[in-house]
Design a binder for this molecule. Structure first.
Ligand code: ZN
Length: 372
């Protein structure tokens, strides 16, 4: 189960105005689930980490990234070559985030800490800070899924109302139409604003976090330097500024849409719970594992291509329960999780296809934006 230590959490939460949340007592479900999953790994050839398929996948994705980049900067001559290369580069960049960086950041890639660190730093290469991601995603999002004010993935400012706990503004009634457009800006905002804002203010949303120091600060700035050199400085030596900006925009918008849609389909749909902490005692009723399952929804479980490209994030239930197990194991894990849920009467959410999840997100946005 997730290795979320008390000290790790208190480091980020103790200085905060809002109290740390407690989850309900382990109901026995968690222990039994862990036992069954351990049994799966003991009785099969599956490996929790250092899976050969993962190393092959890393090579394919990184070679695709550099190959597409080379083709775009040095070979493409016409718009009909530039456009598909930009879209493919956006999709492959998302794939690197979903598979290599995400597993590395959760210590799910390897049993060696340095391998995980190296893989998580692939995010710095593609324009995001791996250090800030750790606090925003591994700590805040994973612990407090779908709890407004704690899970920063739910916060889109005044532009949208993703949770029933957020205030409704009149223009939210159209959010199921316009938010898709704003999703396209996610990567651009991340590249130019989010990480720098977190670094300067020492905050992620309303939460304080320990600012990067020493080697983490060096990695932060080295990553930004490398990314901006690849994204702008090198292309500008060979092409006009307008072509470079337009190409960057197309790659980044593709990346933003893919990232946003995959994030949203996992948690911001009709079937997911949005728990509200009991105010006086700052507690969540469910035990931690049941909270993770009831706030999370899988999709397209039977599509190996989707599973490969999304780094298993179509199996978010399994990811949230076992974030430090390599994602290539999720299809097998899901059978154990679904069966255990059935045995314990826990609701296991999943959509049969990507489109079913997509439509559910659309309907949830419409419902949240509609007047009461
Ligand atoms: Zn994660």
């Amino acid at each position: 189960m997730q290795e979320r230590t008390e000290s790790q959490l208190s480091a980020v939460l103790e200085k905060e105005p809002i109290k740390k949340l407690k989850f309900g007592k382990n109901s026995g479900f968690q222990t039994e689930l862990r036992r069954r999953v351990d049994e799966l790994f003991q009785n099969t050839d599956l490996k929790e980490r250092d899976c050969p398929q993962m190393y092959v996948k890393t090579a394919i994705l990184l070679l695709s990234l550099f190959g597409l980049y080379y083709g775009l900067v040095f070979l493409a001559q016409t718009w009909w070559q530039v456009v598909p290369l930009c879209i493919a580069l956006g999709v492959v960049t998302a794939g690197i985030g979903f598979s290599i960086q995400h597993d590395g950041a959760h210590h799910a890639y390897s049993n060696f800490a340095w391998v995980n660190k190296l893989m998580s730093m692939s995010l710095d290469l593609i324009g995001g800070s791996s250090y800030i991601w750790h606090w925003k995603h591994d700590v805040l999002h994973h612990t407090y899924v779908n709890i407004a004010g704690y899970d920063m993935d739910l916060e889109v400012g005044i532009f949208g109302r993703l949770s029933p706990s957020h205030p409704r503004l009149p223009f939210h009634r159209w959010q199921h139409y316009y938010l898709w457009f704003l999703y396209g800006f996610l990567a651009i905002k991340w590249h130019f604003y989010d990480d720098f804002y977190c670094l300067i203010t020492g905050k992620i949303g309303d939460r304080t976090y320990p600012r990067p120091k020493k080697s983490n600060l060096v990695i932060f700035f080295a990553g930004k330097l490398i990314f901006f050199t690849f994204a702008f400085a090198i292309p500008l030596l060979f092409h006009s500024i307008w072509l470079v900006l337009a190409s960057y925009a197309l790659v980044a918008v593709t990346l933003g849409i893919v990232l946003s849609v995959v994030f949203q389909l996992a948690h911001v749909v009709e079937e997911a719970d949005f728990p509200i902490p009991v105010e006086e005692v700052s507690s969540i009723e469910n035990d931690w594992a049941i909270h993770q399952i009831e706030t999370t929804v899988n999709f397209s479980r039977n599509n190996p291509f989707v599973t490969w490209l999304l780094g298993g994030l179509n199996y978010q239930v399994e990811h949230h329960l076992f974030p430090n197990i390599c994602h290539v194991n999720y299809p097998e894990l899901s059978k154990v999780v679904e069966q255990t849920c059935q045995d314990y009467g826990v609701r296991y959410n999943h959509h049969g296809s990507f489109w079913a999840g997509f439509l559910s997100h659309f309907r949830w946005l419409r419902r949240m934006g509609a007047s009461a």
